[in-house]
Design a protein around this ligand. Structure first.
Ligand SMILES: [Zn+2]
Length: 259
């Protein structure tokens, strides 16, 4: 019972509001911890492929990355890497604003607006702290008392092997913790937030549903893991995005006028 009081305090203190949607979420891991784990997972994951650092596609990634980052209105140390991986149809964003785009997704994106839709979706996962929330949920599932003890011991003071052991116990080992499949709720939320970023950044939002329709045409094996694992059918997703566009265009236009 002794551990219950600090737990309750932590649970209350760790409630946070998701930007754009206003949903309440519980996130326990300190942002500094998430960001430093994000940075090391980023170095590890992007190190697997050569980086493309010049040319038209590189320029496009930098340009749209900056626009999406601005639309997200979060002060991260943003990085947008384009990886030379023509067989990989994928992209991801890690806590702290570390974004990677595998060159294989460019042929499905086909244009800058669609690529901005993908990046917007990934950036939304990072800004909405979906990784932190998922790890928190795992922690709760593992055991409340232990969770409270670990938090009280503080992440900063824990030695590397103890921390690694704990991360493994909650199923969020090393970099994989950030690249685990998101829940359906997180996916829908990232779609919604990403669509707002897309509109705010001045891109054509209609390219988002069109991208998902092209994704639906790919065979199962070629679809990116992040995007398909727990996802609704890509066509349902396209349909939902399309239904949100008129309202979001109107709301974002109003927002722009007020600013
Ligand atoms: Zn996603």
């Amino acid at each position: 019972m002794k551990a219950l009081t600090p737990f309750l305090l932590l649970a209350l203190g760790a409630c946070s509001i998701v930007p754009e949607t206003g949903r309440r979420q519980t996130v326990w891991f300190p942002e500094s911890y998430m960001n430093s784990m994000g940075a090391s997972a980023y170095a590890e994951a992007t190190g697997e492929y050569p980086e493309i650092t010049s040319g038209a596609q590189y320029e496009m990634v930098q340009r749209l990355g900056q626009k999406i980052a601005k639309a997200a209105r979060v002060n991260y140390d943003w990085e947008f890497k384009l990886l030379d991986a023509p067989q990989t149809v994928n992209a991801f964003a890690l806590p702290g604003g570390k974004v990677a785009i595998y060159s294989g997704i460019l042929r499905v994106a086909q244009n800058e607006d669609a690529l901005a839709a993908i990046v917007g979706h990934e950036v939304a996962h990072a800004v909405a702290q979906h990784g932190n929330e998922r790890m928190t949920q795992k922690m709760l599932a593992t055991g409340v008392t232990t969770a409270a003890d670990v938090l009280l011991a503080s992440w900063g003071n824990m030695d590397e092997s103890a921390r690694a052991g704990w991360m493994e116990a909650i199923g969020a080992g090393a970099s994989i913790g950030f690249i685990l499949p998101y829940s359906r709720e997180h996916e829908s939320e990232a779609d919604e937030i990403g669509l707002r970023y897309l509109i705010r950044a001045g891109y054509d939002p209609h390219e988002a549903p069109k991208f998902w329709e092209r994704m639906a045409e790919l065979s199962g094996d070629n679809r990116p893991a992040e995007i398909t694992s727990t996802h609704p059918d890509p066509l349902k997703r396209a349909e939902r995005l399309r239904s949100l566009i008129p309202r979001f265009l109107e709301e974002e236009k109003g927002g722009a006028a007020r600013r």
